[in-house]
Write a new protein. Sequence first.
Length: 277
Amino acid sequence: MANGSRQAAWEFFGAELKRRREEAGLTQVELGARVFVSGGYIGQFEQAIRKPQLDVAQRIDEILQTDGIFERLCRKLIDDRRYADYFARAAELEALATSISEFAPTLVPGLLQTPEYARSVTLAMNPLAPDEYIEEKVSGRIERARILKDATRPKYWVILHENVLRVPVGGHAVMAEQLEHVAAVARARTAVVQVLPTVAGAYALMNGMVVLMEFDDAPPTAYTEAVYSGNLLDDPAVVKRTHAAYDLLRAAALSPEASLALIESATKDHRRCASTT
């Protein structure tokens, strides 16, 4: 489903939710209390600003006695094979964000990946998958990166652990091209790129990657990911703590200028290794 038609479908979801809620004689606050979200979230669902999780859609069906319509709509809309099930909602929010701050401890983030790097990562995780599946995942990842080329692109801040620069994903030649792309993005000021050096030792957010997203008309959220699972964090207190941890990470990382120099040095190392193999 194309992005435009998908958004239109979410708008239908929101309009139908508002109609059914009003027919039931419930305010947004009253419905929110019954399905364990805030009234503001119900309003955002109705305006198609934020998409409900499947379990919330199921509770809405139960409260409004809608015979599963919102669960069926939600399942259809989040069934995007380009992305893992646990990441689909985060990808939707990413496209709406006005600001994205990301920490990548092991891999170049999807928004910065080149096709060959993305293909190498996908193949490593799915060695027996058919080519069609691999290319579908790669095209989805490259399509996501288009938001950084839009005139209304979000402010993007990314912190890479130095390990990301050193591991030759796809081989040294592929890695050199990947790092050249990251450096080009930094030079063009499309993103602020920092590197957390290995010598920094222990650091905030050692437990894994995190993406912080801010929006014009919705509360900020955070996304974290583990093995074949992901979590969107909406609780204001948790998001605030995650922001504080990210600020500590910024302070420990190299300056953007020093980070760019390290990326360029790592690129040369990979080029040198590629030429001797």
